[in-house]
Design a protein around this ligand. Structure first.
Ligand code: DGT
Ligand code: CA
Ligand code: CA
Length: 576
């Protein structure tokens, strides 16, 4: 938890520094923040064991940042950030939520128009003051207004990627208490919704008091909203609420079923109970007043004549009928995934070398790892040109030979993530694309085209016989950037006709395709691939988020091509 909290503060410090035009330092903070986020060990533990020296062993952490971490561990805040906040009248974190605004632009908006917060921003944009500014213009103003509108609809929910790791840490701590008999995530978190309103945790115990006392004093807790005998609600420092409920073991299953929801799914299951003359509540399933199930969820479903329904399906989207008729899908699992084809290396400015990425993939038990660096149009990402791609091909051949000698089953595949230009062409010549094992094409620029133009642009890319996969097809950024305008039915039709595979991007900032589109793609018989889009080796672990979305989209193993062994996988690509 501390890792996440400190990372968040470091990101904020970097933003303030960028706003002040400070060079280099922000990158140092960002690098460490990213490393902290993906670090498996708790910084608090590292510090306890080895003090400042231990902290300095974290990649990127020098003396100064080690002291900043120490400061947080001791005082719960870092003065550098507090000072920035005190000194600056600008609500920077608020304004940064607006897609298209960065720290430097925000500074200009403040200096020229006195914009301090979202309200000021909206006011000035509506008065068309922003369009008149140098470096902004009509279109930038439109984008800002759209960004504000988007924020209004997304407010109050945090992304699954932020909440899930923290809730898991809390669970692991609570699990150690002798009073805790059973424990589980519940609510939208257990259903793996892409955004979470609040985190729900359910515990079975005969002695709730010590659990409640311990829970409200946890490290990551900022304030306690309510604490009763069996129910507590707290605010976490990371900016969301967490609810804990304790029930008796004999009703753990029914309580879990109830508090997992969704509310709509609950209403539907309760209706089935009523039709059978039964009563379903969080306390159990009752016939007149006699309990007939309650200890396990499975027991509840079975007593209702249903087979067990996976939490990801419980959205009242036809899962009850499917369960009644034995038509539930056998959902894809994380352990079905045999490799990851969307990974960036240090060739395009990612953190780690191809070799380091491969080592992590081996540890994960993967059969293949695809390196797909950005290509030359993306200059800020150090995109590779044709020559560099061919050089990279040789390097990968060399590494594969080494792996073979070492008797490793991992094979590194060579691809790229090339850019789809405004007219649907690609930024790398076909004669080079042909030489790679596979090609991903993605939209990264001019994302606000009309629906007709955008659809034609993507279709043209899909019709290129060298394009195997479309990365993050809708280009949305969760809570930040709306999806591109696309005629998704047309896209699906062309994907099927051309055998182009659509990506489910696991990065918690993207989750693209989302569950809704995944389900439509499956219904149309379009094949998908779940990739992480890793820019550092630790991010390979993000695979579970994409798998969760796929499961929410009713997807089975055979719908996902990276559940196949490498030879079969390659046969399923357009590349021959
Ligand atoms: P969230 O927190 O907005 O991301 O979504 P949930 O689904 O976690 O909702 P939450 O935290 O309000 O409640 C947790 C679960 O409790 C919910 O999924 C189903 C159950 N629940 C809450 N309120 C009601 C209700 O009024 N009726 C029924 N049937 N179930 C409810
Ligand atoms: Ca909830
Ligand atoms: Ca709740």
């Amino acid at each position: 938890m501390k890792n996440q909290e400190i990372a968040k503060i470091f990101f904020q410090i970097a933003d303030f520094m960028k706003m002040e035009g400070i060079a280099f330092k922000p990158q140092a903070y960002i690098k460490v923040a990213l490393n902290l986020e993906s670090l498996n060990e708790d910084v608090g533990e590292i510090y306890k064991k080895d003090g400042l020296n231990g902290l300095q062993k974290i990649p990127g952490v020098g003396k100064g940042l080690a002291e900043a971490i120490e400061e947080y561990l001791k005082k719960g805040k870092i003065k550098t950030l507090e000072d920035f906040k005190k000194k600056s009248p600008i609500k920077l974190d608020q304004l940064l939520n607006v897609e298209s605004l960065g720290p430097k632009k925000i500074k200009v908006l403040y200096e020229k128009l006195g914009i301090k917060n979202l309200k000021d921003l909206e006011k000035q944009a509506k008065k068309h003051k922003i369009a008149e500014l140098d470096g902004f213009g009509e279109k930038a103003e439109q984008n800002i207004l759209q960004g504000i509108e988007f924020l209004k609809t997304a407010s109050g929910r945090l992304s699954l990627g932020i909440v899930l790791p923290i809730a898991r840490e809390v669970i692991e701590k609570l699990r150690l208490l002798p009073e805790v008999k059973q424990i589980s995530l519940a609510g939208s978190l257990r259903r793996r919704k892409e955004t979470i309103g609040d985190a729900d945790i359910l515990v079975a115990s005969d002695n709730p008091k010590p659990i409640m006392d311990y829970f409200i004093k946890l490290d990551g807790v900022e304030k306690v909203w309510a604490k009763g005998d069996t129910k507590a609600s707290v605010r976490m420092k990371m900016g969301f609420d967490m609810d804990l409920r304790v029930v008796k073991e004999e009703s753990f299953g029914s309580a879990l079923q109830y508090f997992t929801g969704s509310k709509e799914h609950n209403i539907a299951t309760r209706k089935i109970a009523i039709e059978q003359g039964l009563k379903l509540s969080e306390y159990g399933l009752f016939k007149r007043d006699k309990p007939i199930a309650g200890k396990t969820e499975e027991g509840i479903y079975n007593a209702l004549g249903l087979s067990f329904i996976e939490p990801e399906l419980r959205e009242d989207g036809g899962e009850i009928d499917a369960s009644l008729n034995g038509k539930l899908p056998k959902l894809v699992k994380l352990t079905d995934i045999k490799g990851d084809l969307h990974c960036h290396s240090n060739w395009d400015g990612g953190e780690d070398s191809i070799e380091e990425m491969a080592e992590s993939a081996i540890k994960m038990g993967y059969e293949y790892l695809g390196i797909s660096d950005h290509t030359k149009f993306l200059k800020i990402e150090n995109g590779l040109d044709e020559k560099q791609l061919l050089a990279q091909k040789l390097e990968i051949e060399k590494l594969n030979n080494l792996l073979k000698i070492k008797n490793c089953k991992l094979k590194i595949l060579h691809g790229c993530e090339c850019n789809i230009m405004n007219d649907g062409s690609l930024d790398i010549k076909d004669e080079v694309l042909e030489k790679l094992d596979y090609v991903i094409a993605g939209l990264h620029s001019s994302l606000k085209m009309s629906k007709k133009e955008m659809t034609e642009r993507l279709i043209k890319a899909m019709k290129n016989p060298n394009v195997d996969i479309i990365s993050h097809p809708t280009t949305r950024l969760l809570g930040k950037r709306e999806e591109a305008q696309l005629d998704f039915d047309k896209i699906l039709k062309v994907a099927r006709e051309t055998g182009t595979i659509l990506e489910v991007n696991s990065s918690p900032e993207r989750l693209d395709l989302n569950d809704f589109y995944i389900r439509r793609a499956k219904a149309e018989g379009v094949k998908m691939i779940i990739n992480t889009d890793s820019h550092q080796k630790e991010q390979l672990n993000l695979m579970e988020y994409g798998v969760s979305m796929a499961r929410r989209g009713w997807v089975e193993k055979q719908d996902i091509i990276n559940t196949l062994p490498v030879e079969e996988l390659l046969k399923n690509l357009k590349h021959k």
